[in-house]
Design a protein around this ligand. Structure first.
Ligand code: MG
Length: 399
């Protein structure tokens, strides 16, 4: 027996996966780089993009010796710090340059950590180019699931969203037809238990104090309105080919159960772990393998008791609206999402009240004809029109 075939000897090391991290300076992006740092023998960062945070871009490009970088916002394409990019690193700017990173021949896996509908172009391009897509940009599936899902080869579309990663993990080895329903867990957000009247007076600063997860500003507000959970219902509907009404939202304040799948025989599988996004990010990169944890571990003996409850769709109407959009399908989720992106931003700027987000989303949905989704260009038009309608609705609602 030679050394190389002795039992227990490590198999020869596979080539590292070559990773593009789109949106590398945000919450998911920086945590993705953490995972890449921890598993430098398995993951090689070859491409990076930012919207405008060029300092963070240069620092990451130097650390990981990235070969390609892109700055989405042309206003930052000439920032002096970019002169400090490593030798040989290719710089491009504009939204199209970010999309092109997703299709580079020397990229195996694209981590799409872009925020909002705009992220659909890179995700769509990555799937069309046959890349593995690890996506945190749920809006691209919510709006473009009808286009994206048919392009996704088995094992090539991996969710980074913690709930969807959990459901994905519960389904490994299972048959889709054996699923009875999905229990999508929800922390309840910072305003859990408040009434509609109380929600009229809450501020953006209060909404940004999420009880269990640390995330970017846009998604944190979405968690407060429960629109995030509504988007996640539609995301799960596409990703796991389940009817919207087979996806139940379950308030679980401790955020340790990341979601559950109930099968036809009544058996329920759940995935548990710390409230640390590095776990689902890592799984989206390691699948079908499991690698040593980057995320913190949980001491289950020291945990508080788990609680479960129903989401209050009366007080948090965005969830009910999203369910409605998910049932209607077609272009309605895209219009709903656009209205939400505009109203979410206005609320963060202190320019509208918290319940105005729901009011604006509802108005835009009522004004949007539902059409079948046919192309990304069509979705761009639906998105742009819904943004205009949302601005008009905001001026009426807030005056
Ligand atoms: Mg989530």
């Amino acid at each position: 027996m030679t050394d190389t075939c002795r039992a227990g000897a490590p198999a020869h090391a596979p080539e590292p996966l070559r990773v593009a991290v789109l949106g590398c300076s945000g919450s998911i992006g920086t945590q993705t780089l953490d995972v890449c740092r921890r598993h430098a023998d398995r993951l090689r960062v070859v491409a990076l993009s930012v919207s405008s945070s060029t300092d963070a871009l240069v620092s990451a490009a130097r650390e990981f010796s990235a070969a390609h970088v892109a700055v989405a916002d042309p206003a930052h394409a000439q920032d002096p710090v970019l002169g400090e990019l490593p030798a040989g690193c290719r710089l491009a700017s504009g939204a199209q340059a970010v999309t092109e990173l997703a299709t580079l021949p020397d990229v195996d896996v694209v981590v799409n950590a872009l925020v909002g509908f705009a992220g659909i172009h890179a995700g769509y391009a990555a799937l069309r180019a046959g890349k593995r897509l690890a996506y945190a940009n749920k809006e691209s599936i919510v709006c473009g699931g009808d286009l994206m899902m048919p392009l996704a080869r088995p094992g090539a579309l991996l969710p980074v969203d913690s709930e969807h990663s959990a459901i994905f993990q519960c389904l490994v080895g299972e048959r889709p037809e054996d699923v009875a329903r999905i229990w999508l867990t929800c922390s309840g957000g910072p305003f859990y238990g408040r009434t509609r009247a109380e929600l009229e007076r809450v501020t953006a600063a209060e909404a940004l104090a999420h009880p269990t997860w640390t995330m970017g500003a846009k998604i944190t507000i979405d968690c407060a309105t429960l629109m995030n959970k509504g988007l996640e219902v539609i995301e799960a509907h596409h990703l796991f080919a389940q009817p919207v009404d087979a996806i139940r939202v379950l308030v679980h304040r401790q955020s340790k159960i990341h979601s559950m799948v109930e099968f036809v025989d009544g058996v329920v599988k759940a995935q548990l772990g710390s409230s640390d996004m590095r776990a689902p990010i890592q799984y989206a990169l390691s699948y079908p393998e499991r690698w040593e944890a980057t995320a913190s571990r949980v001491d289950w003996c020291a945990e508080d008791p788990f609680t479960f409850g129903e989401a209050d769709e009366e007080a948090f109407g965005c969830l009910a609206l999203a369910r409605e959009a998910g049932r209607a399908g077609g272009t309605l989720p895209c219009a709903m999402n656009a209205a939400n992106e505009i109203a979410n931003e206005r609320f963060r700027e202190g320019l509208c009240a918290f319940p105005d987000i729901e009011r604006v989303v509802e108005r835009v949905m009522r004004q949007t004809p539902v059409e079948a989704v046919e192309s990304v260009e069509q979705l761009d038009e639906v998105d742009a029109r819904a943004r205009e309608l949302a601005r008009t609705a905001l001026s009426e609602v807030c005056s």
